[in-house]
Design a protein around this ligand. Structure first.
Ligand code: COA
Length: 377
């Protein structure tokens, strides 16, 4: 039955509820978390401060930040059964499939899974945020046949994450760049994965189920999976001189160029501007100038030829690569940061919940009569 209130395909520009978390102005190209501009946060706030801001509503004072750091540190260990589960997965399994399955399995070990009080919800958000990094790092170590490295209580969130993955604590400047990446990915209003999380939460299902739904949505190449596709493209292009020919072919084949375009931003994604600067900084300091030059050339041609600007995933690819992170971990790392936004949105959903249950415009067959199997052609 055709109705006159059919939403546009892909729910473009449809406002499905209110939120106090994140504001995007797609025309101005601005983004803020709880009123703080993203460039201000990336420049000045750590990921822990940003997480506190998203989860609690305000920036923490000294004592509050100390407590959050302690709580994150206390939650870093994962149950030994989960490490065994990770060991049992085939080496060539998709890291996002592994992350989705491990987060889902983590719920089984949550001591107060069905306590929906605000205090328990916050405890659980911090628990998931912290343990996600340990699970990704443990997976990386197992995949490479190396020992799983226990977390270090003296390191901040970003440094400990890199330490558990690589086996040595990063230099403070490197850790800060990674920390900024986590800040930039922490939330982004009602993107596909956050919407998936809120839909699941709206049935009053538990947080792990909602985060598991979100991870499934993030995995797709039109969403978080784009950062890995960007790196594969940069590696295929290899040198800046080949960018033009690569794009010419992509345009003639009507292929999407990963890391460009956005549903909401009609101008450049502000996170891409910050990541572009980080990519340039790393290219100068750590070598890998070619990655930045290829990326920049792609950006220039995409803008002139297609009027498309880079999104968050575009320069994140070269940044992560120059930080020594393998491509297959790019999307899991996106998830490790976005867990903050997901859990903040899930809590917001619970606070003023109504089941999210839209309708579909039925365009199928008219009523038909059942034909017995033997009479069907
Ligand atoms: N490369 C080439 N063309 C692109 C493009 C890209 N990355 N992104 C959008 N376009 C073109 C589409 O082909 C379409 O052109 P048409 O109208 O001539 O058919 C037009 O721009 C609108 O695209 P549409 O898919 O309707 O926009 P959307 O709002 O549904 O999609 C994205 C938004 C992000 C899914 C889309 O830009 C995309 O696929 N980007 C690449 C994947 C990516 O980087 N994802 C991460 C997002 S943060």
């Amino acid at each position: 039955m055709k109705t006159d209130n059919t939403a546009p395909k892909g729910l473009e520009d449809v406002i499905i509820g209110s939120s106090t978390l994140t504001l995007i102005d797609g025309h101005a190209g601005t983004l803020s978390y709880r009123g703080y501009d993203i460039s201000d946060l990336a420049e000045n706030a750590t990921f822990e401060e940003t997480s506190y801001l998203l989860l609690y509503g305000d920036l923490p004072n000294v004592q509050e930040l100390r407590e959050l750091r302690q709580n994150l540190s206390d939650e870093r260990e994962i149950p030994p059964q989960l490490v065994e589960l990770l060991r049992g997965f085939p080496n060539d399994a998709s890291p996002m499939d592994i992350l989705r399955t491990s987060i889902s399995a983590l719920s089984i070990y949550d001591p107060d899974l069905h306590d929906y009080s605000p205090e328990a919800m916050l405890r659980r958000a911090i628990r998931i945020l912290s343990k996600t990094t340990t699970m990704i790092a443990a997976y990386e170590r197992i995949r490479n046949g190396t020992d799983v490295i226990p977390p270090r209580a003296d390191l901040d969130h970003a440094s400990n994450f890199l330490y558990m993955m690589r086996g040595d604590a990063p230099e403070p400047a490197v850790a800060r760049i990674f920390d900024k990446c986590l800040v930039l990915h922490a939330d982004h209003e009602l993107n596909a994965s956050t919407f998936a999380a809120r839909v699941t939460a709206s049935t009053l299902s538990d947080v792990y189920s909602a985060v598991t739904s979100a991870i499934g949505a993030l995995k797709g190449p039109l969403h978080g999976g784009a950062n890995e596709a960007v790196m594969e493209m940069l590696e295929e292009i290899k040198v800046p001189e080949k960018v033009e020919a690569y794009l010419k072919k992509a345009f003639s084949e009507k292929k999407r160029v990963m890391g460009f375009g956005h549903r909401v931003y009609k101008t450049i994604d502000p996170r891409a501007i910050i990541l572009r600067a980080l990519s340039k900084e790393l290219a100068t300091k750590n070598g890998g100038k070619e990655w930045f030059r290829i990326s920049y050339k792609l950006e220039e041609i995409m803008r002139t030829e297609k009027k498309l600007s880079p999104n968050v995933d575009f320069y994140a690819a070269s940044v992560y690569h120059m930080l020594g992170i393998p491509t297959y971990l790019f999307t899991p790392i996106f998830a490790a940061s976005r867990v903050t936004g997901w859990t903040a949105h899930i809590m917001e959903q619970y606070t003023d919940n109504r089941l999210i249950r839209p309708r579909a415009d039925y365009v199928g067959h008219h009523p038909r009569k059942y034909i017995p199997l033997a009479q069907r052609k």
